[in-house]
Ligand binder design. Structure first.
Ligand code: UFG
Length: 329
């Protein structure tokens, strides 16, 4: 297949591009390099530098490339930022998405696999979370992803586009070549590992008074290679609709920090601070539908192995992809 990957210079897009190429597919990456990194684009892929908000750019790119399918990763993805600047999220994630969907219609591209999120569920009533859980996002980021899911659903009914929504839980880990490098970094595992690298003094634990066994929040940490593999299953199978991508098992913030201490041999000082607004106590996926219908199952479910892969990447890329940019102190 020739696959058009928006956001192929980002964390999940770069690893999925690598796996697609390893599996023998052709890939064209479309990315504006606003938050992604040129060095994260696999050199075996073709690259078009462009912005989804530039309607002519995405129309022109899809007309020229004529891909068999689109994998759509390009988006803003920070919950806190979306609470301060909602317009950025609706512009980039919704308007940019609409341009992409219209360009697909114009070019005759039949299939799109869209990076959605467990943030579309908000505070779930039932955990593990199934795809039938109500979708009531608690922030503009989750809302923007849900809006584009709904738009694609209407395009399916009216125009026959085949959309797959992959609702990610907590993406983490790395391959040997590609890993997690956000600026600013807000995610737990890279922040903890920066303490072990000596780039930060301590990690802050956002609340220890949640209704969980150790009082810290529980999340479903899914290895990036497992996430990437699910995209390839979604491309190769004749499926549409939503799939939760997680392991089905949750780990608390304290358990993650403990796993990082064991892997790095560093004491990793941690201080409990106030809760972070908007954090649900427990988010764990039910991956049963993905297992049944995509023929996919998370393989790397051991938190020590997940953290270990991230640690290897951070050790080999202590300043991320941009050695000239000093790490956040
Ligand atoms: N945490 C800390 N200290 C930190 C950073 C995080 O205690 O310095 C905690 C958070 O409070 C949370 C857990 O670690 O309980 C994981 O936090 P992350 O920021 O790594 O990830 P989130 O669960 O907040 O975010 C993920 C995805 C988002 C998605 C969201 C849905 O990264 O894209 O789940 O809630 F929107």
């Amino acid at each position: 297949m020739h696959v058009f990957v928006t956001g192929g210079a980002g964390y999940i897009g770069s690893v999925t591009t690598e796996l697609l190429l390893d599996a023998g597919h052709r890939v064209t990456v479309f990315d504006n390099l606003g938050r992604g990194h040129r060095a994260a684009i696999d050199t075996r892929a073709s690259f078009i530098e462009g912005d989804l908000c530039d309607r002519d750019a995405i129309f022109g790119a899809l007309q020229t490339v004529q891909p068999d399918a689109v994998l759509h990763f390009a988006a803003f993805a920070l919950v806190g930022e979306s609470m301060e600047h909602p317009q950025m999220y609706f512009q980039n994630n919704v308007v940019g998405g609409l341009n992409l969907a219209d360009a697909m219609l114009a070019a005759g591209t039949p299939k799109i696999v869209f990076s959605s999120t467990c943030a579309t569920y908000g505070q779930p009533d039932l955990v593990p979370i199934t795809e039938e859980e109500k979708q009531l996002p608690q922030n503009p980021y989750g809302e923007s992803k849900l809006m584009f899911e709904k738009m694609l659903d209407w395009y399916r009914h009216i125009h026959g586009i085949q959309p797959v929504f992959l609702r990610y839980f907590n993406a983490c880990g790395a391959t040997e070549r590609f890993g997690e490098d956000h600026d600013p970094e807000t995610h737990l595992i890279p922040l903890v590992l920066r303490v072990a690298l000596g780039q930060r003094d301590e990690v802050k634990i956002f609340g220890s008074d949640y209704a969980t066994p150790d009082g810290t929040c529980i999340r479903d940490y899914i290895h990036i290679v497992d996430l990437a593999a699910a995209h390839i299953c979604a491309l190769e199978k004749d499926v549409v609709g939503a799939f939760n991508l997680g392991t089905g098992t949750g780990h608390s913030v304290l358990e993650v920090i403990e796993a990082c201490r064991a892997i790095t041999g560093h004491a990793i000082p941690a201080t409990v601070v106030d809760r972070r607004p908007g954090d649900p106590a427990r988010l764990v996926a039910s991956p049963r539908k993905a297992e049944r219908e995509l023929g996919w199952k998370a393989q790397c479910t051991d938190i020590a192995a997940i953290v270990g892969s991230a640690w290897r990447w951070h050790q080999s890329h202590p300043q991320g992809y941009n050695p000239e940019v000093s790490a956040i102190a």
